[in-house]
Design a protein around this ligand. Structure first.
Ligand code: CP3
Length: 345
């Protein structure tokens, strides 16, 4: 990273409020863009796209060609870690990922020693993005948080309540801990490698922080995320880290107090006043427009964007959605959103 360039989004993560909130959009590179669908159709499957730096760089940059966003996010997926560990991971026809579920008996077949070698092409994508991006743009790397990744590894697919993974944690606590430890170590190594390859900031996607009682939340969400932050900072002191504990709800204050993340992503169900009261004023927040407001567009979206910006006017704020953009989002609505935020409505 060039030390002199001002990157408004990175500065915000580091706690410096900007005159207008910088903006990026979770899942900004993806199926709502026709140019993404064209590259995807030429690729030999989704994982091939993630592991081919020429293509991954291209799709990472596509949203920045259309919109005045403040950051690019590395194009990859949270499930490259199970793939790198040797678990079977398939992405088929827009249906979401399918994995061969892990059992206490098959856990020993995972190969943590091959993770970084397997992910070398993703790190090459980070290096090329760093070399290509304009100096005022922040490059965001990422990893899934251990509980979210484990819930796919155990359940074999996305699930509305993560029942398979929650039961696994209760019935096989030792095997579960072995899996979480493996994911903490793999995530630390992978995030450190992304930072050394040129990522300015990394985000921990804990997309399934919901449906957990406070004991499970402490063990399955807070503790592994805390260990990742600590492990990354042992190798890259002061590494800027955004945590996104989707659905943390009443656990949000404990999450921000204990994990050590610089900034916290808020899901769209989090009331603005609640977030403002629970998250210390100096801590940057990111979010949190409902992605369906962006699909519908118009006056309701504009009003909500103003409310969100006003609610966080006294603290560092990064504008974002409260979860990923969905494929049916009209491109003109994204352009309008970015324009509104840049104007500082
Ligand atoms: O702009 C970006 O953010 C691109 C990089 C990115 C992808 N996935 C690309 C992708 C990132 C940061 C992710 C994160 C991710 N992946 C999460 C956490 C964020 C969230 O939305 O909660 C999760 C849970 C996954 C797992 C995953 N990958 C699912 C559930 C799916 C299928 C449904 C979907 O959201 O599209 C994927 C596939 C996937 N990952 C696609 C893309 C562009 C679509 C694949 C295709 O082109 O067929």
């Amino acid at each position: 990273m060039s030390a002199s360039a001002h990157k408004p989004l990175l500065a915000t993560v580091l706690g410096q409020r900007q005159a207008r909130p910088p903006i990026w959009i979770m899942r900004q590179a993806g199926r709502y863009l026709p140019e993404y669908r064209a590259v995807r159709a030429r690729s030999n499957g989704f994982l091939h796209l993630c592991y081919t730096p020429d293509l991954a760089v291209e799709v990472s940059l596509q949203p920045l060609r259309r919109f005045d966003l403040d950051a690019a996010i590395l194009f990859s997926d949270i499930l490259v870690i199970p793939d790198a560990l040797g678990q079977s991971v398939r992405f088929e026809g827009g249906e979401g990922p399918i994995l061969e579920p892990i059992t206490p008996q098959t856990l020993g077949l995972l190969r943590p020693e091959r993770v970084l070698e397997h992910l070398a092409p993703v790190l090459e994508t980070v290096r090329r993005l760093r070399a290509t991006l304009a100096p005022d743009k922040t490059l965001i790397g990422f990893s899934g948080s251990p509980w979210t990744v484990a819930s796919y590894m155990i359940g074999g697919k996305g699930s509305p309540d993560q029942a398979a993974a929650r039961l696994f944690a209760l019935r096989h606590p030792e095997a579960f801990q072995t899996l979480m430890d493996m994911l903490v170590d793999a995530s630390v190594a992978y995030l450190v490698a992304q930072l050394l390859a040129g990522a300015d900031v990394v985000q921990l996607f804990e997309s399934w922080a919901l449906n957990l009682d406070e004991v499970a939340f402490a063990r399955q969400v807070i503790e592994p995320n805390r260990r990742i932050v600590e492990g990354v900072r042992a190798r890259v002191p002061k590494a800027p880290i955004i945590g996104f504990p989707r659905g943390a709800a009443g656990n949000i204050a404990a999450y921000v107090a204990a994990t050590g993340v610089n900034a916290v992503g808020l899901d769209y169900a989090t009331p603005l006043g609640f977030a403002a009261a629970q998250v210390p004023l100096a801590m940057p927040v990111q979010g949190n427009l409902d992605p369906l407001r962006l699909v519908a567009g118009g006056a309701q979206m504009e009003a909500r964007v103003s409310q969100i910006i006003a609610a966080f006017a006294d603290r560092p704020h990064i504008f974002n959605l409260g979860h990923g953009i969905v494929p049916e989002t009209p491109i003109e609505h994204v352009a309008r959103l970015v324009e509104l935020v840049k104007r500082g409505v």
